[in-house]
Write a protein that binds this ligand. Structure first.
Ligand code: MHF
Ligand SMILES: O=c1ccn([C@H]2C[C@H](O)[C@@H](COP(=O)(O)O)O2)c(=O)[nH]1
Length: 264
C-alpha cells in the first residue's frame, strides 16, 4: 500500500495547518488520487493491522439500508457510536440514500438495485453513479457523507469503481474506506459476472489530525508487505444476501495495530 503511505507523507510534509469542525486541528492537502489494481491483491494496510470485521459489517449495514447502530452493536462493531442519538439513530445517512432515496414526488430510488440492473443490461453506461450526497437531507444526518459518490465502469470484462471522498481522515478513516469500497467492487463484480478491475480513490480535503502525527510517522517507518487475496466463499443470490462469514482474506499479514483517538 505504497499509494497510501505516499498520501500520508504528502500531508505530513506539505499539509496546510488548519483548525477544523472537531476542534482538533489538521494538516491537509486538497485533491489526491490513488489507484489499486484489484487483480493484484486486496488493498488492505499491511503497515498496521486493520479491524476487518468492522469494515465488512459496516458495508453490510450500509447495504441493508440501515441507519441505526443497533445492528452494528449486535455484531460488536462500535465505530458509529459517537455520532448516534439516544435511540441509536444517525438520520438518513449512507444506507438510506443508497437504498431508499426519497424523491420530490413521493417516490423512492434504490440506487444499488438500479446500479446492478444497469451493470447487467448496459455495462457501457456512463451513468452508473451512486450518490449519498443528498443536499435536501444533509441537515437531518448525524454526519454529512464523507465517501459521498461512486461510479462504476466496465471494460474488457472487468468492473472498476471510483470513489469521491470529500473529506478524508487519513490515519483512521481512509484505510477503512479503501477496504470497504474494494470489497463492494468484488461483491458487485461477483453479482453481475465480471472480473474485478481497478479501484480508484479520489479525495478532496485529505487531512492528518494533529493528534495522529506521531502514529503516522511510526507507520511511515515500517516496510510495506504483500497484499492478501479476498475470497468470497459462495455466490449469494443477491447483493442483499451476503453475510460476514462469506468473506475470507487469505494471507493477511500485518504489523502491529497503532492506536489513535477519533475526532468527533
Ligand atoms: N474523525 C472521523 N474519522 C473517521 O474516519 C470517521 C468519522 N470521524 N466519523 C464517521 C465514521 C466512523 N468511522 C470510523 C470511526 C472510528 C474508527 C476507529 O476508531 N478505528 C480504529 C479501530 C476501531 C474498531 O475497529 O473497533 C482503528 O484503529 O482503525 C474508524 C472509522 C469512519 N468515520
Ligand atoms: O468514512 C469516513 C467518514 C468520515 N471520515 C472523516 C473525515 C473527517 O475527518 C470526518 C468528518 O468531518 P467533516 O467535518 O464532516 O468533514 O470524518 C472519513 O475519513 N471516512
Amino acid at each position: 500500500m505504497r499509494q497510501y503511505l505516499d498520501l500520508m507523507q504528502r500531508a505530513l510534509d506539505h499539509g496546510a495547518e488548519q483548525m477544523d469542525r472537531t476542534g482538533t486541528g489538521t494538516r491537509s492537502v486538497f485533491g489526491h488520487q490513488m489507484r489499486f489494481d484489484l487483480s493484484e491483491g486486496f488493498p488492505v494496510l499491511t503497515t498496521k493491522k486493520l479491524h476487518l470485521r468492522s469494515i465488512i459489517v459496516e458495508l453490510l449495514w450500509f447495504l441493508r439500508g440501515d441507519t441505526n447502530v443497533q445492528w452494528l452493536h449486535d455484531r460488536k462493531v462500535s465505530i458509529w457510536d459517537e455520532w448516534a442519538d439516544e435511540n441509536g439513530d444517525l438520520g438518513p445517512v449512507y444506507g438510506k440514500q443508497w437504498r431508499d432515496w426519497a424523491t420530490a414526488d413521493g417516490g423512492h430510488v434504490d440506487q444499488i438495485a438500479e446500479l446492478i440492473e444497469t451493470l447487467k443490461v448496459n455495462p457501457a453506461s456512463r451513468r452508473m453513479v451512486v450518490s449519498a450526497w443528498n443536499p435536501g437531507e444533509l441537515h437531518a444526518m448525524a454526519l454529512a457523507p464523507c465517501h459521498c459518490l461512486f461510479q462504476c465502469y466496465v471494460a474488457n470484462g472487468k468492473l472498476s469503481l471510483q470513489l469521491y471522498q470529500r473529506s478524508a481522515d487519513i490515519f483512521l478513516g481512509v484505510p477503512f474506506n479503501i477496504a470497504s469500497y474494494a470489497l463492494l467492487t468484488h461483491m458487485l463484480a461477483q453479482q453481475v459476472g465480471l472480473e474485478v478491475g481497478e479501484f480508484v480513490w479520489t479525495g478532496g480535503d485529505c487531512h492528518l489530525y494533529s493528534n495522529h502525527l506521531e502514529q503516522a510517522r511510526e507507520q511511515l517507518g515500517r516496510e510495506t508487505g504483500r497484499l492478501p487475496k479476498l475470497e468470497i466463499l459462495r455466490k449469494p443470490a443477491s447483493i442483499d444476501a451476503y453475510e460476514y462469514e462469506d468473506f475470507q482474506l487469505v494471507g493477511y499479514e500485518a504489523q502491529a495495530h497503532i492506536k489513535a483517538p477519533v475526532a468527533v
